[in-house]
Design a protein around this ligand. Structure first.
Ligand SMILES: CC(C)(COP(=O)(O)OP(=O)(O)OC[C@H]1O[C@@H](n2cnc3c(N)ncnc32)[C@H](O)[C@@H]1OP(=O)(O)O)[C@@H](O)C(=O)NCCC(=O)NCCS
Length: 338
């Protein structure tokens, strides 16, 4: 049975059952990824940025003869942002290829259509059943990134300490757990805005002005995701010349996520990318003792950044693709299949 579902009011048993399904999916599709924990999972599923909405449905197995509710064997949610709906679907491996995934997408697509959105996007992990699934539904591939993972147990910390100091004269680095301090928010947002082009095509919203940045940091905190930032400041102008952001999620605190790394055009060629990333890893080593890995996503064309990541010890792991589809076509296709 598929029904609309709100993580805010769901029972703890439902949240636990969804977590079991999520971890079964990870074990089947991405066995090297750490299992998720329950901590802040409800908030992760509930909290959104101002102006965004997330709508969810679950597929639930039939109740047991004694009336015990059935397990949550599938879930879909769609995040409505700007002019696009971003979809995420999970189906427990034990019930795959029985049409559950298609049913979940159908109900979400109909809603997105009725809400007046024209396009749906989804992140699809390479070499998993999701590729065949979305292609069968008419989604097409828009963009591919490579996910790479750094195993911190293999890092040469002395080397890293040297890299962290290898920044050109006239710059200094600052570490800010929790996010940039208020007095740097404007300069930080300017640095992000300048490279907006580079981020076009990404599903993750970026923060181009101080207010949006503040909203985005608050949202991360509410979702149980702890941001860390290293900045390179240009001493002469006080401008943010470079920044790197890593987030440690309460849901999988042994593996952190690298978010944006930006070196502003005028400040390229001074070793800032390498230095800020190395400094970040050194800081995380003491700030997050449980951390064992960091994962990052890069455009395959971004050779400069891939080179620095390779020097730091990142190993390419998977293709990470963005697919999209026209909503009206998707609804039509799914309804025709009924
Ligand atoms: C992708 C996923 C949602 C599909 O769910 P499902 O319930 O098995 O999908 P359905 O049974 O509705 O399949 C519908 C159609 O999709 C296609 N499809 C589904 N799985 C496929 C596969 N492994 N290979 C090729 N085509 C596939 C088929 O055309 C299928 O129709 P058919 O069974 O009649 O041939 C499910 O595998 C899943 O949860 N994957 C993990 C997704 C994810 O986000 N992971 C993130 C962390 S890895």
């Amino acid at each position: 049975m598929v029904r609309e579902w709100d993580a805010r009011t769901a029972s703890s048993a439902e949240i636990a059952s969804l977590l079991d399904t999520l971890n079964a999916v990870l074990a089947a599709d991405l066995p090297q990824d750490p299992p998720w924990r329950e901590r802040s999972l409800r908030e992760y599923l509930t909290e959104v940025m101002p102006g965004q909405r997330r709508i969810s449905w679950v597929a639930q197995a039939d109740p047991a003869p004694d009336g015990t509710p059935g397990a949550i064997v599938g879930q879909v949610h769609v995040l409505l942002l700007g002019d696009i709906g971003v979809l995420e679907v999970l189906v427990h491996p034990s019930v795959r290829r029985t049409g559950v995934g298609r049913d979940l997408v159908r109900v979400a697509a109909r809603r997105v259509y009725h809400e007046g959105f024209s396009s749906i996007g989804v992140e699809v992990v390479g070499d998993t059943p999701a590729v065949g699934f979305y292609e069968s539904l008419g989604f097409t591939r828009e963009y591919v990134e490579t996910r790479s993972v750094l195993d911190l147990s293999g890092v040469d910390w002395a080397d890293l300490a040297e890299m962290a100091t290898g920044v050109g004269a006239g710059y200094h680095l600052e570490f800010h757990p929790g996010g940039p301090p208020d007095e740097l928010l404007d300069a930080y947002a300017r640095a992000k805005a300048e490279v907006r082009d580079v981020e076009d095509g990404e599903l993750r919203p970026s923060s181009y002005d101080a207010q949006r940045l503040r909203d985005s940091l608050n949202c991360l905190h509410r979702r149980g995701m702890k941001p860390y930032i290293v900045l390179a400041l240009h001493e002469q102008t006080g401008e943010v010349a470079g920044l790197t952001e890593v987030v440690v999620p309460a849901q999988h605190p042994t593996r952190a996520d690298q978010y944006d790394t930006i070196v502003v055009q005028d400040h390229r060629g001074y070793g800032i990318d390498r230095a800020i990333k190395a400094r970040m890893l050194l800081e995380l080593r003491s700030a997050e003792p449980e951390l064992t890995e960091v994962q990052t996503w890069n455009a395959q064309a971004n050779e400069a950044m891939l080179k620095v990541n390779a020097e730091l010890g990142y190993q390419p792991d998977r293709d990470w693709c963005e697919y999209s589809v026209d909503v009206a076509e998707l609804v039509h296709r799914l309804d025709a299949a009924l």
